[in-house]
Design a protein around this ligand. Structure first.
Ligand code: XMP
Length: 498
């Protein structure tokens, strides 16, 4: 029978608890600065080898990120993480859609071609079926014989002639070799007043096609996040036990695989996640974690850590399970460990305003992941619905009954298929329709840049190392929002309902 004081106090001792803080508990302390927001450098790293032009990821949720969102995110310099509420084949297809969007060279298998003996009528129908306005003409060996465009065939169609393509095509074709730069391709097109340049091998065999539209699109998105082949970057979520999904994503060219789990500090999850990292080439970000101990368990094999146990806008994990970690403290604990191993940290969930995002960086994150912020944009899956004259889009937790029923329960408890015995950890909701992703990102990143100006940090690394926090009282929080006024015009980056 132990009778020293510690034994008797074991339960009351538990209540001598450490404090854990979240976004509204802190503010960044303004500091001397020469940093103009526009000059701040927001580039960062999300995993050991993957760099981004902006520290923003869209959440792996079925109402947030499919290929359309992922293309939009990568174009702007961020990263979309495809959700896993789809079968593996669909995921592979979506990875390919992102990888093929804006490819400078459209690869042979995706180039629409014509045979010399098809008629102009047939080629006209084929081009409109595929939505292209021209096509290389190739023989049975795939040697380029000419190029046919809508302009070439128009005179033939007008007089109702049925000539073969070989008659109508331009047979002095300007071609280039693989490896041509966007600038060289554009110069060729301007010089010869052409819209497309077939890419050929040494024997004039067709290997791809560059179009004027493709080159101009690339020039428009200079800040895009691209892989070493110039293709847009994309991430994909996989369950901790879904080795096959991870391997297929890897084979399809995914840049980062995200182990998608509500509690990665589960030893079965960690063992399986480690197997995944050993089986694939792509970087693997492990999550979600929320404590120093969890981070320590992952740093031996993870290429990045994702933080968030219950901060999300649609999450009920904390109220359902009684467990969780306020996000600013969670990020700082994980970042302490990750920094010592040079592993990037992503703060996932709970970000309502740009100010929250830059606070997460100051707490030690290299990038932030958002769901609700993007769910109302055009690029998110799902349609716009109107309720009481206002426009909304659906947004639901991946642990909500609806998402689990349609296959996403892997992240949370799932006991049956009809949903009656689910123990959900998320809700289904609607979020205001917001228009384009580009304008939301402009506000989000613009606000973060502004924060960098206030703390005098020119880079994300400097925000992490130099920005200091002050603790905010309840009165301080009230003071920080518009008060004592009635808002008459909505601001693009502030809504009191958020
Ligand atoms: P925000 O606040 O940006 O959060 O909308 C998005 C993040 O929330 C997580 N998530 C969930 N967490 N139950 C949870 O506890 C859920 O059903 C759920 N669905 C998503 C996820 O980390 C996401 O990135």
């Amino acid at each position: 029978m132990g009778n020293d004081a510690a034994d008797h106090d074991q339960f009351s001792e538990k209540l001598r608890v450490p404090e854990a803080l979240t976004f509204d508990d802190v503010l960044l302390r303004p500091a001397e600065s020469r940093v103009e927001p526009d000059a701040a450098d927001v580039s960062t790293r999300v995993s050991r080898t993957v760099e981004l032009g902006m520290p923003i990821l869209s959440a792996a949720m079925d109402t947030v990120t499919e290929s359309g969102m992922a293309i939009g995110m990568a174009r702007e310099g961020g990263l979309g993480v495809l959700h896993r509420n789809m079968d593996v084949d669909q995921m592979v297809e979506q990875i390919q859609q992102v990888k093929q969007a804006h490819e400078l060279v459209i690869r042979r298998e995706n180039v629409v071609t014509a045979a010399p003996d098809t008629t102009v009528e047939e080629v006209d129908a084929m081009m409109s079926d595929h939505g292209v306005s021209g096509a290389p003409v190739v023989d049975d060996d795939d040697t380029v014989l000419g190029i046919i465009s809508a302009t070439d065939i128009r005179p033939y169609l007008e007089v109702g002639e049925r000539d073969a393509v070989a008659e109508a095509m331009t047979d002095e074709v300007i071609t280039a070799n693989d490896g041509v730069s966007p600038r060289e391709a554009l110069e060729l097109m301007y010089e010869h007043k052409i819209e497309r340049v077939p890419i050929v091998d040494a024997g004039d065999g067709l290997v791809g096609l560059i179009t004027m539209a493709g080159v101009l699109e690339r020039r428009e998105y200079q800040q895009a996040a691209r892989d070493s082949n110039g293709r847009l970057r994309v991430g994909a979520a996989v369950g901790p036990f879904e080795l096959e999904r991870a391997e297929q994503a890897d084979a399809a060219g995914v840049d980062v695989v995200f182990i998608d789990c509500a509690h990665a500090h589960n030893l079965n999850v960690l063992e399986s996640a480690q197997d995944i990292t050993e089986s694939i080439e792509a970087d693997v970000v492990v999550g979600n974690v929320g404590t120093r101990e969890a981070a320590e368990a992952c740093v031996g094999f993870a290429d990045g850590l994702k933080v968030g146990i219950g901060p999300g806008s649609i999450c009920t994990t904390r109220v359902v399970s009684g467990a969780g970690m306020p996000q600013i403290t969670a990020v700082s604990e994980v970042a302490d460990v990750a920094a010592a191993h040079d592993i990037p940290v992503i703060a996932d969930g709970g970000i309502r305003y740009s100010g929250d995002a830059i606070k997460a960086i100051a707490a030690g994150a290299d990038a932030v992941m958002l769901g609700s912020y993007f769910a109302g944009t055009d690029e998110a899956p799902g349609r716009v619905i109107t309720m009481n004259g206002k426009k909304y889009k659906q947004y639901r937790g991946m642990g909500s009954v609806g998402a689990m029923k349609s296959g996403g329960g892997g992240r949370y408890l799932k006991d049956d298929d009809d949903g009656e015995d689910f123990v959900p950890e998320g809700v289904e909701a609607a979020t205001p329709y917001k228009g384009t992703l580009a304008s939301e990102l402009h506000q989000l990143v613009g606000g973060m840049r502004s924060g960098m100006g206030y703390v005098g940090a020119e880079t994300i690394a400097a925000v992490k190392s130099d920005a200091a926090f002050v603790r905010v009282s309840a009165a301080g929080q009230t003071e920080g929002h518009p008060h004592d006024v009635m808002i008459t015009d909505e601001a693009p980056n502030y809504s009191p309902e958020q």
